[in-house]
Design a protein around this ligand. Structure first.
Ligand SMILES: *Cc1c(COP(=O)(O)O)cnc(C)c1O
Length: 230
């Protein structure tokens, strides 16, 4: 069994330190445990160490885990990966927030399903700030169009903020620039559209401290908590 207790404490203190360096309150920063590829015993250990936010990036994988999860242990499940349109309904059954909305057709599908019951959910829009073609997310210059479509035609979706992945194998300056771009985008669109969009989900195991210095409100950690993935 992994020694999550100690890792968890270390990560918490690194988050606190990074927040302090940036003159921020560490309580503003959520820690989302990325549970992809991890099995139930590790998730339960994470829960026992105080983690209450779990992120999965595949619907198929999440179905199985969420079904097996002991319901008396309250957690929030968030989708952080690319969502295929034919899995939209399933995703809405499983997740309390979709952090990876990246295109209007998907927003319309979610809206149509949500309107059947009147349920509303929070979403984040995923932006490709690094320009890496392998990355999901709307291009920065597509953000306004996507946001406008959601605002006008998806009353059951509430956009709470933006999400991004930093560039891989980049130097810290480039990584910081990418996160800073996300924050600037958020500042601009929230002003132009008159929206409150407090959330900036950015920062993973290798770059979460940089992300916190750039204003992250949610770091998504897999390897830093659970160790390397197979
Ligand atoms: C896998 C994944 C993470 C976590 O990555 P680590 O490097 O293990 O911390 C965060 N966000 C997304 C969208 C992911 O797919």
């Amino acid at each position: 069994m992994i020694d999550l207790k100690q890792r968890f404490a270390e990560i918490r203190s690194r988050i606190t330190e990074a927040a302090r360096r940036a003159g921020r309150n560490p309580e503003e920063i959520e820690l989302l445990a990325v549970t992809k590829t991890r099995e139930l015993p590790e998730l339960i250990e994470a829960w026992e160490n105080g983690l209450r936010l779990f992120g999965e990036n595949r619907v198929q994988e999440a179905v199985r885990k969420i079904a097996a999860w002991p319901p008396e242990r309250r957690v929030q499940w968030r989708l952080i990966g690319h969502l295929q349109r034919n899995k939209a309904r399933k995703a809405l059954e499983l997740f309390s927030r979709i952090d990876s909305l990246d295109r209007l057709e998907l927003a319309f599908d979610l809206q149509r399903i949500l309107s059947e019951t009147g349920r509303k959910i929070d979403v984040l829009i995923e932006v490709n700030t690094s320009g890496e073609p392998s990355k999901q997310g709307v291009a920065p210059d597509g953000l306004d169009g996507l946001l406008e479509g959601v605002l006008q035609r998806c009353p059951n979706l509430t956009v709470r903020g933006l999400m991004t992945l930093g560039p891989l194998n980049a130097d810290p300056g480039e990584v910081a620039a990418s996160f800073s771009r996300l924050k600037d985008l958020r500042d601009r669109v929230s002003k132009e559209f008159g929206l409150e969009m407090p959330e900036l989900s950015m920062g993973m195991s290798d770059d979460f401290e940089i992300a916190i210095e750039q204003g992250s409100t949610c770091v998504r950690l897999g390897r830093a908590l659970f160790g390397p993935r197979e």
